[in-house]
Design a protein around this ligand. Structure first.
Ligand code: PLP
Length: 338
């Protein structure tokens, strides 16, 4: 195996095995191990026609001690449960989810990048309706699958500021739609705006609430936070995905003596933030240097020297240290692989 660990990007690379579990006749079967990257499903599967599809994303990290740590896997299990309830799919029990993730990582240990590379192993659990239906209704059969793929550090050149764009023309999710669960349809809905933003040089779209366009929702694939007056502030909204990274940062911010506020954030308030960031599994934190309101030709800047702010930096390093096992894990967030 010849992987250039330090030059990996965030893209798919085949590994040795994936694990699968089938739901048939009202119950889950045994976990199966597969070495194929193909799945064989019915052409009338509900995943293909009616979007019965949910996924998760988490990571495993190799520490200085060579141990492999999986970050907050139980939280991802719970979020997938909530996604399956949301679109009426068979529910993957938490224990099955955790076992499948551990097994998928364990079978592909040689793909967990070395500590020094700053890379990690991305874990992608997937749940799809495989049973055939022509009428719009939930399937009777499901496939739960976990594959892994090594991914590079999000910031190849270090921890860099990016810009995000506000484009009111596009919504990612409806106010009482599926924005708060991790289902494929949300990502399809966001593709056009996301690609347009990328073409214009932005790292993501900053979505405002789709009812009034008054409050901040989230960035394309990440939650939003702002820092001011020694306070970590992040949106409360029914249409954003509850980010596990964000939840972790709220705790770490408290530990650092910051106040924390989870509340609706009017877009007008961005002016007052000292630091702004996007957070999620892929990047941990992607610090935001500028928000461009493309509809009103207005820009908001959050850095004087082109560098991420001190609070953002501290939070980023603290969370990374926990994930790689450089620091003790007081909250039991990390599962060490046997
Ligand atoms: C829409 C959206 N928001 C936020 C996040 C960040 O969530 P997490 O921190 O659990 O990766 C993700 C990525 O999973 C996402 O797709």
């Amino acid at each position: 195996m010849n992987i250039d660990w330090s030059n990996l990007s965030f893209s798919y690379l085949d590994t040795d095995y994936n694990v699968r579990c089938y739901y048939r006749n009202g119950k889950w079967g045994e976990l199966e191990v597969s070495s194929s990257n193909q799945i064989n499903i019915h052409m009338a599967a509900t995943a293909l026609h009616y979007g019965q599809e949910a996924f998760e994303g988490l990571k495993a990290y190799r520490g200085k001690d060579d141990k492999i740590r999986i970050f907050r896997v139980e939280e991802n299990a719970r979020r997938m449960l909530s996604s399956s309830k949301g679109i009426m799919m068979a529910e993957v029990p938490e224990a099955l989810f955790v076992e499948a993730v551990k097994k998928a990582v364990s079978l592909n240990k040689r793909f967990v990048p070395p500590y020094e590379s700053g890379a990690s192993l991305y874990i992608r659990p997937l749940l799809i309706g495989t049973g055939p239906k022509v009428g719009v209704q939930p399937a009777d059969e499901y496939l739960f699958l976990v594959f892994v793929t090594p991914v590079g550090p999000y910031f190849k050149e270090g921890f860099k500021l990016t810009s995000v764009a506000v484009m009111r023309e596009y919504d990612r999710a409806a106010p009482r739609g599926t924005g708060n669960i991790k289902v494929g349809g949300n990502y399809a809905a966001g593709l056009r705006a996301g690609m347009l933003a990328k073409e214009k040089g932005y790292s993501a779209v900053l979505y405002l609430d789709s009812r009034e366009k008054k409050y901040i929702d989230e960035c394309g694939p990440a939650n939003f936070f702002g820092i001011k007056d020694n306070t970590y502030i992040t949106p409360e909204s029914r249409s954003i995905l509850p980010s596990i990274t964000n939840k972790s940062l709220v705790q770490l911010a408290k530990d650092m003596g910051l106040k924390t506020e989870i509340r609706p954030i009017p877009f007008d308030e961005v002016d007052t933030f000292e630091e702004v960031g996007q957070c999620g599994t892929a990047a941990v934190i992607s610090p935001v240097g500028r928000i461009d309101d493309l509809d009103n030709n207005k820009s908001y800047s959050f850095s004087k020297d082109g560098e991420p702010g001190p609070v953002t930096k501290k939070l980023y390093h603290k969370l990374r240290a926990l994930q790689y096992g450089d620091e003790p894990d007081p909250y039991g967030w990390v599962t060490i692989l046997e």
